[in-house]
Write a protein that binds this ligand. Structure first.
Ligand code: FE2
Length: 428
């Protein structure tokens, strides 16, 4: 007797007509025609069942703060940072926790069950870190929440930035962040990368830096990050987030840089929604896209994972916790429209992100955690096209969210009575 049996699923790798049996919170079997009984049975009806969406780059201390204390009038990155500086002294632990908990509710309904959040350590009160540690504890049973200590105003540039950062790590933030391009000078940026990688090596922690989030092709802190990763033996534990300057770099320089990043086993975390919104702002026309070189980095064997970054905060007034919206934008901005390319974009929202976050037991195979999402779509490419409803979200074998299918009711003579987005295929 299984706890849960999902019948007739399509898996992200293309297998169809598969049953998934769950017992004790783990996947017990994945094969066609499982005969045993189960306490709960879900008929997937041939639709896609995927492991959960994973967001490897988010700002949960800022989410849902849009309009506080005022709107970002220019819509630029720099006004967003200034606006966050105005809001920061007004933040309370209670309000931060309340907004983050509401975002986590939304995330669960979107099948998003693992999130890495960068948490600002610039205000020595560290109310942001206190609040996110509380949220991490409160959502532990349904969202895997990782906390990056993030020196938003600069590790060297913020008053007491170094001391506040160290205290955040002592409190329990267990990933080392950074923002080298925001330090006062290129040289201080380089020194910050070195200092932060040394801290990670000494404390045995992973690294995930906002790195080169600029259109300046000479912003080359990613090179330093790769070199320091090798120097301190941190291969496989370091992520470069954003890396937007790579979009604008000289091709010859990039031809040396990418192998250096591969040697460091670096994870690459672009944020397509935010990159296309915030980069290229000093351009007239033609206007640069500002997303890093996804196709080329994937081709070189680097692990590329997409982040949502922001939802309704000082930097981005949109977003809905839907990682498929992130992937949809990535397809367009990276011009990855081929069938295989779209499948790789789906991986960048799921398996690649799980790898970047080092999640244990992720996937749909015997022994994996029974964390599963049933979508109203027939395959990953269709999911990216439709951004469909999550019909059921399963955590450790238990259904924790359901959403009714999206079916349009049609009132036209001689035409069908309903239109189901998931079965609206082209052709005759
Ligand atoms: Fe970010």
């Amino acid at each position: 007797m299984f706890d849960l049996l999902i019948r007739n699923a399509t898996l992200p790798d293309g297998r169809r007509g598969v049953d998934i049996a769950v017992t004790g919170g783990r996947v017990a079997a994945v094969e066609p025609g499982i005969a045993a009984a189960a306490a709960e049975v879900i008929d997937a009806g041939g639709l896609l069942v995927t492991p959960p969406f994973v967001d490897p780059h988010f700002h949960m201390d800022a989410t849902l703060s849009l309009g506080l204390p005022r709107m970002n009038v220019s819509g630029t990155l720099l006004e967003g940072i200034a606006l966050w500086g105005e809001l920061r002294p007004l933040l309370t632990r209670e309000a931060l926790v309340e907004r983050a908990m509401r975002y986590c509710d939304l995330a669960v309904t979107q099948g998003l069950l693992a999130i890495r959040t960068h948490v600002d350590t610039s205000d020595p009160r560290l109310v942001t870190v206190e609040a996110m540690l509380e949220v991490q504890d409160r959502v532990r049973d349904y969202i895997d929440l990782q906390i990056v200590a993030f020196p938003q105003d600069g590790y060297f540039r913020a008053p007491d930035g170094e001391a506040s950062f160290a205290r955040a790590l002592d409190m329990g933030a267990n990933i080392v962040g950074g923002i080298p391009h925001f330090e006062r000078t290129m040289d201080e940026g380089r020194l910050s990368v070195e200092a932060l990688c040394r801290i990670a090596a000494d404390r045995g922690l992973p690294v995930d830096m906002h790195c080169d989030e600029t259109d300046d092709p000479l912003s080359r802190h990613v090179e330093t990050l790769a070199a320091q990763t090798v120097r301190f033996g941190l291969q496989g534990r370091v992520a470069g987030s954003h890396l937007t300057s790579m979009h604008s770099m000289d091709n010859y320089y990039v031809s040396k840089l990418i192998p250096l990043m591969a040697e460091a086993g670096m994870h690459v975390i672009p944020n397509p929604l935010i990159n296309i919104m915030l980069q290229g702002r000093h351009d007239t026309y033609p206007r640069r896209r500002g997303m890093t070189r996804v196709k080329e980095l994937m081709a070189a064997g680097l692990n590329v994972a997409f982040g949502h970054d922001c939802v309704m905060d000082p930097w981005y007034s949109m977003g809905s916790g839907d990682m498929l919206e992130v992937g949809h934008m990535a397809i367009h901005v990276a011009q990855m429209a081929g069938i295989d390319e779209k499948a790789r974009i789906f991986d960048a929202l799921t398996v690649n992100s799980a790898r970047a976050m080092g999640l244990e037991g992720y996937g749909i195979a015997r022994g994996c955690k029974a964390d599963l999402v049933l979508l109203q779509a027939r395959d990953p490419v269709e999911a990216l096209r439709l951004k469909p409803v999550r019909l059921a979200v399963v955590k450790a074998g238990r259904v924790i969210a359901r959403t009714a299918p999206r079916i349009g009711q049609l009132s036209l003579p001689g035409r069908p009575g309903t239109v189901d987005g998931a079965t609206y295929a082209p052709g005759g």
